[in-house]
Ligand binder design. Structure first.
Ligand SMILES: [Fe+2]
Ligand SMILES: [Fe+2]
Length: 341
């Protein structure tokens, strides 16, 4: 139990110390809140928006959920770029549905993030001004149609591996948003796998296209789980709060174990000479990833980092009139219709 003076509650109104009893009451409330929070976490229950929560828990979740939302929104760009070039009407319809799902994921997540007390416009501004981070993978280009297959199979596949345990995250709105997101992600992964399967069993040229795409996306997809555990200082706290359930390296291992047999079924090779079944561990061993590249992309030096942000800004600027019109319409409707009518 922390000393009351160290317990914080960012929900509390600014404390005006009219007299000592106000301060005592606030300290007592924080102490009771912390005790209840600790109890809920210990019994693996959910924390809901109105519950008392430590300021660091609130801050850390707002950052994680909003970064997740930004990733969904920026992640629409590499694929949205292929809608007009998809090779058939059926492929176009599937890709459009997928990109639309990603927009929906962004919206569920901004909704979950704003229950923590920060307006979603603030999160939008953080992305617009380049202060917010999002998943590095979306700073890579989708060069060929086969890349759309590799993105679905590997990028959405890594996302599912990461997100299934988040369905049990201690913060209720985040966990619940993840349940629906995961259902849609598994469809995304299958459509990517199917694109690659078709190409892999097509002409030699198509097979090579599929192989090249897997060669490009394998390393960056494995990096989506974040840096190695020895270099991931926030993971322990996140696990203590029951937000994260497995470490970055555990999730990465789970993903590799899943995709090796899938790659075999595709007839494609994963570009890692060190990849081998380890009987003793009961897992696949795999080679060292290029962490210098990962950290460079994270710092905004990815192949398309600046274009992704520019495109987001342009879309937001050009859509301003639509948002204004919708808000004006909503105001007018609210004024015209008496409550309960
Ligand atoms: Fe998504
Ligand atoms: Fe997805």
């Amino acid at each position: 139990m922390p000393h009351p003076s160290t317990a914080q509650d960012s929900h509390a109104a600014p404390l005006r110390l009219a007299d000592a009893s106000d301060a005592d009451a606030a300290a007592e409330e924080a102490e009771a809140g912390q005790a209840r929070f600790d109890e809920l976490i210990a019994e693996d229950s959910r924390i809901e928006p109105r519950d008392w929560m430590p300021a660091d828990y609130r801050k850390s979740l707002a950052r994680q959920i909003s970064q997740h939302a930004h990733s969904e929104i920026i992640g629409m760009q590499p694929e949205g770029n292929w809608i007009t070039r998809a090779p058939s009407l059926k492929r176009k319809a599937i890709l459009m549905a997928k990109v639309q799902d990603e927009a929906g994921h962004g919206l569920y997540l901004y909704s979950a993030a704003e229950t923590l007390g920060t307006a979603r416009e603030t999160f939008y501004d953080q992305l617009y001004t380049g202060r917010a981070k999002y998943s590095s993978i979306f700073n890579y280009p989708a060069r060929t149609w086969a890349d759309i297959g590799a993105i679905g199979w590997l990028v959405d596949g890594a996302a599912i591996t990461n997100q299934v345990p988040l369905c049990r995250a201690s913060y209720g709105p985040y966990g619940r948003a993840m349940v629906r997101v995961c259902k849609e992600e598994s469809f995304h992964q299958r459509q990517g796998w199917e694109i690659l399967h078709t190409l892999s069993h097509g002409t030699d040229e198509q097979h090579q296209m599929a192989q090249d795409a897997v060669d490009r996306f394998y390393g960056p997809a494995l990096q989506m789980f974040g840096p190695p555990d020895t270099d991931s200082p926030n993971s322990q706290q996140s696990m203590a709060w029951n937000i994260k359930r497995f470490t970055n390296d555990e999730l990465r291992q789970r993903f590799v174990d899943m995709i090796v047999p899938q790659a075999e079924a595709l007839g494609l090779t994963l570009p890692d000479p060190d990849l081998a079944w380890n009987e003793e561990r009961g897992h696949y061993d795999f080679g060292e990833l290029d962490w210098d590249e990962f950290f460079a992309v994270l710092k905004g030096q990815g192949p398309l980092s600046s274009q992704r942000l520019e495109h987001y800004r342009r879309a937001r600027d050009e859509g301003a009139w639509v948002r204004e019109a919708a808000a004006a319409y909503a105001r007018r409707q609210a004024a015209a219709e008496p409550v309960g009518a």
